[in-house]
Design a binder for this molecule. Structure first.
Ligand SMILES: NC(=O)c1ccc[n+]([C@@H]2O[C@H](COP(=O)([O-])OP(=O)(O)OC[C@H]3O[C@@H](n4cnc5c(N)ncnc54)[C@H](OP(=O)(O)O)[C@@H]3O)[C@@H](O)[C@H]2O)c1
Length: 335
């Protein structure tokens, strides 16, 4: 297993992180579920194969994912890096049980600690921006929690480039502890972050944690033009896909991935994951599985690397037009 620094921090995380969103179906039913004995087998296999990094969130099944992760890690839970998140709506009827207010963050951190069975959280992430709370209030609360020893590192998730830049500038001005990571959607079918978010993170020292690197399972080889709805798969269970991408382009890319996989005697998932981890801005790739078998397949990606030529070919067939102002700035980059 390869370990990378989490952004500009000294913390080493495995290049593959195990996501706990699919541990239970409450909350996001269509993502699927596993029973506890399978979760335990998955977590044990992950630990035995060098994964030291686990990601969850308070809203994954309203806390159940955090509880199951803590329980499955058992007496190993203080020897690994656990990331969780705050921001989502934990109670529809309570206007203060959501968002990034000081009140909600302080309450949430204690609830997450209880569910995980831990005294501190290694990486505490803002799940997404809160339009109803001044970011200054949020950043001060995070800084205080670090001083109190309840959280060790902080990160964001699903922020726009300007939101990252604004937050880190305030942290610098106030001499607060800065964000070290940005958890963002990134896959061969979703490269949007390359335009604004990645340059912001590179300039400010945040490492990217890529979520849904297989585009929710689409890039595993089980979907094809002839078999768009394989049995018991996420996209067959969903009425409307959560991730947005062009399915026609997706099927073409899957065909190309199959050819590359054959060359390496590997699987489609391993090629797709290898492409994500080939990027220097990636600190870790957050995978999701619904069985030990899927984890075994996906973890095979750490045993080999794509050649530079194959990375470039995949870059080329999945790239999209650079939006304005990037194409304009490109014209004058050397002047
Ligand atoms: N910050 C955010 O906003 C955010 C959002 C989403 C996720 N996340 C994080 O990212 C993690 C991963 O997300 P994800 O589950 O969408 O990731 P993903 O790796 O893109 O998709 C995982 C799904 O693909 C299918 N799959 C995986 N490996 C397979 C294999 N080898 N063969 C066949 N099918 C396979 C399984 O679904 P089926 O078997 O059901 O088809 C599995 O649940 C989550 O657990 C969470 O920690 C964060």
């Amino acid at each position: 297993m390869e370990y990378r620094n989490l952004g500009n921090s000294g913390l080493k995380v495995s290049v593959i992180c195990l996501g706990a969103m699919t541990f239970t179906e409450k909350g996001w039913r269509t993502a699927g579920t596993m029973d506890f004995s399978e979760i335990k087998r998955v977590v044990d296999y992950a630990l035995d194969n060098g994964i030291n990094f686990f990601d969850t969130a308070d809203i994954y099944a309203f806390g159940e994912s955090e509880e199951l992760l803590g329980k499955a890690l058992g007496n190993k839970k203080n020897d690994v890096i656990i990331a969780t998140k705050v921001r989502g709506v934990m109670d529809e009827k309570d206007p203060n049980n959501r968002g990034l207010s000081r009140y909600h963050i302080f309450r949430s951190v204690d609830n997450s600690l209880k569910r995980l069975g831990r005294d501190y959280i290694d990486l505490y992430q803002l799940h997404w921006w809160d339009n109803h709370t001044p970011i200054e209030e949020t950043l001060e609360a995070l800084n205080d929690l670090i001083r109190m020893g309840k959280i060790r590192y902080i990160g964001i998730s699903d922020f726009a480039g300007w939101q990252i830049a604004r937050s880190v500038s305030i942290q610098e001005m106030k001499n607060y502890t800065k964000f070290v990571s940005a958890q963002m959607y990134y896959s061969l079918l979703g490269r949007d972050i390359e335009f604004e978010v990645v340059p912001a993170c590179e300039a400010l020292g945040l490492g990217i944690l890529a979520w849904s690197p297989l585009a929710g399972g689409f890039l595993t080889g089980k979907y094809s033009k002839d078999s768009p709805h394989p049995e018991d798969s996420r996209y067959s269970r969903m009425e409307r896909p959560f991730l947005r991408f062009d399915f026609e382009k997706g099927y073409f890319i899957i065909d190309e991935l199959k050819k590359i996989a054959e060359k390496y005697n590997a699987t489609v998932s391993q090629v797709a994951l290898n492409w994500v981890k080939s990027k220097s801005f990636i600190s870790s790739v957050i995978i999701g599985v619904r069985s030990l078998e899927q984890l075994k397949d996906n973890l095979g990606c750490v045993r080999w690397d794509l050649s530079q030529e194959d990375v470039e070919y995949l870059d080329q067939i999945t790239q999209s037009e650079r939006p304005y102002p990037q194409w304009f700035l490109d014209l004058f980059a050397d002047l």
